[in-house]
Design a protein around this ligand. Structure first.
Ligand SMILES: *Cc1c(COP(=O)(O)O)cnc(C)c1O
Length: 474
């Protein structure tokens, strides 16, 4: 572009005020903060100016001022749309991983969602005893439900299981030694590592045994005057198989009694129901673990339990009472929305069959193959309705889904999937486009096909998903 042309183009560029006076921009100003709109207009104009000066702009000097304004408004609208979009937004989980930590783990039941809505929109008796008018405990209802469902003597709920472990260790073993098997020094995604949490709590880790084998004698030999506790950690996200020997919680309880030491079990994903009749691996339930007699048991609220993020601590009153008095409890306390959602979730468990029907995590774990297949064929037909055969091919197949969330790592759940083979782009490109779409979709790529696992997709999402795939392919 000649210098003359550039100058002409620059003169045609509307001013910030001119853009702000445009009808469509005025409408944006009514719906969104002025600072956002102003920022968008300035960014678009700066970009245009840069384009003209570098000669890269496609705008010709003959362009009419109104046309230029129209174009700038158009671009501003696009920038504003992105700027006002919440960062945390809906994702359609087509990975089949039921407890996907990156996707927010458990979905709440309808009753739990309603309970959250009520305490979020209204004042509540969070810390008020309505009978006496005196100060009440935010944990009271949860304690009653948890002890009656599990048979535990007492209960406490904190922010998450990591906080539960930290609080328990800090209360019962600060400045003293805790004995753990080398086979149980787990890392749970993110940054939860047993040795590091232990260090943070002020307790000293004493490792015993070998990775694959730890005998009761290994614990006995390590016990000394400094020992405060015997800790058992569920190896949530991995399994040691083959030539192995784990000292059970029951055996640890026996040793604990011999030496008058408390025993704690970090269960990771505590589970209240035995779902082996649905073909799931037989894992001891929280009730069974408590039956073996440990002093403290901790697990997550948003893993297999299917509730909100929380750390649930069950056990002997002596230790729970001590934890309640620890100042750390205040720092890791749960908020009212968690209390509401957890109470509603626990109430579902008062009727096992209803729990399986109402709690999304349990529904997804137990849903039968026939339903998944039917869902897959429905998705395929929706996809064929919105998409041309020349753009992609869709096939319904059998697949395997994982539980996720560090729970049941060896479980292979038979599922139904729709495999998408795009013709003009790679499966990886389709995956990336779906991730950036709205709503975003997360699927997995396998042999240059995008796999959509129906286990974690609800019937009400099928049309939305088909449309998202169509947009991503176009
Ligand atoms: C998941 C898990 C944790 C951490 O629980 P969060 O609720 O995510 O804090 C701790 N220990 C074990 C064994 C786990 O599986």
């Amino acid at each position: 572009m000649s210098e003359n042309c550039m100058e002409k183009s620059l003169r045609q560029l509307p001013s910030v005020d001119e853009v702000l006076r445009d009808g469509r921009v005025a409408e944006m100003l009514e719906n969104h903060p002025r600072i956002v709109i102003l920022g968008a207009v300035r960014a678009v104009l700066a970009d245009e100016r840069k384009g003209i000066l570098s000669g890269a702009a496609k705008t010709r000097p003959e362009i009419k001022k109104e046309e230029y304004l129209e174009m700038v408004v158009e671009k501003t609208a696009a920038v504003v749309k992105l700027a006002v979009r919440p960062n945390l937004r809906r994702v359609i989980n087509a990975t089949g991983v039921i407890l996907h930590t990156n996707l927010g783990r458990a979905l709440l039941s309808e009753r739990a969602r309603e309970a959250v809505n009520i305490v979020a929109s209204n004042y509540s008796n969070l810390e008020l005893d309505l009978k006496t008018g005196r100060r009440g405990s935010r944990y009271a209802a949860l304690e009653n439900l948890l002890t009656s469902l599990t048979g535990a003597e007492d209960a406490l709920v904190v922010n998450n299981n990591a906080a539960a472990v930290l609080l328990a260790l800090s209360t019962a073993a600060r400045g003293r030694e805790v004995i753990v098997s080398r086979g149980q020094l787990v890392e749970i995604g993110g940054s939860f590592r047993i040795p590091e949490v232990m260090a943070q709590s002020g307790a000293k880790l004493v490792e015993v045994g070998a990775t694959n084998k730890t005998y009761p004698e290994d614990y006995r030999r390590a016990i000394c005057g400094e020992t405060a506790m015997l800790l058992h950690v569920h190896t949530s996200n991995y399994r040691i198989i083959g030539f192995t020997r784990e000292t059970t919680i029951g055996e640890l309880v026996e040793i604990g009694r011999e030496y008058n030491l408390p025993v704690m079990s970090d269960l990771g994903s505590g589970f209240l129901l035995d779902l082996s009749r649905f073909g799931l691996p037989q894992e001891p339930t929280v009730q069974e673990v408590l039956g073996a007699g440990p002093d403290i048991v901790t697990f997550s609220g948003d893993k297999l339990l299917g509730g909100p993020q929380a750390g649930i601590i069950l056990g002997k009153r002596y230790y729970i009472e001590k934890m309640k008095k620890n100042p750390l409890t205040r720092a890791v306390r749960v908020d009212k929305m968690t209390v509401a959602a957890l109470e509603a979730t626990l109430r579902e468990y008062q009727d096992e069959e209803k729990a399986i029907g109402e709690i999304p995590t349990l529904q997804m774990l137990t849903v039968n193959q026939g339903i998944l297949e039917k869902r897959a064929y429905t998705l395929k037909s929706f996809l064929q309705n919105v998409l041309d055969k020349t753009i992609a091919e869709f096939t319904v197949e059998k697949g395997i889904s994982a539980v996720g969330g560090g729970a049941m790592p060896t479980a292979e759940l038979l599922t139904a999937v729709v495999a998408v083979s795009p013709r003009n782009i790679s499966a990886g490109e389709l995956q990336a486009a779906l991730r950036r779409g709205d709503p975003a979709v997360m699927g997995r790529v396998q042999e240059d096909r995008l796999i959509l696992d129906l286990r974690t997709i609800s019937d009400t999402e099928l049309q939305l998903l088909a449309e998202a795939v169509a947009r991503a392919l176009e």
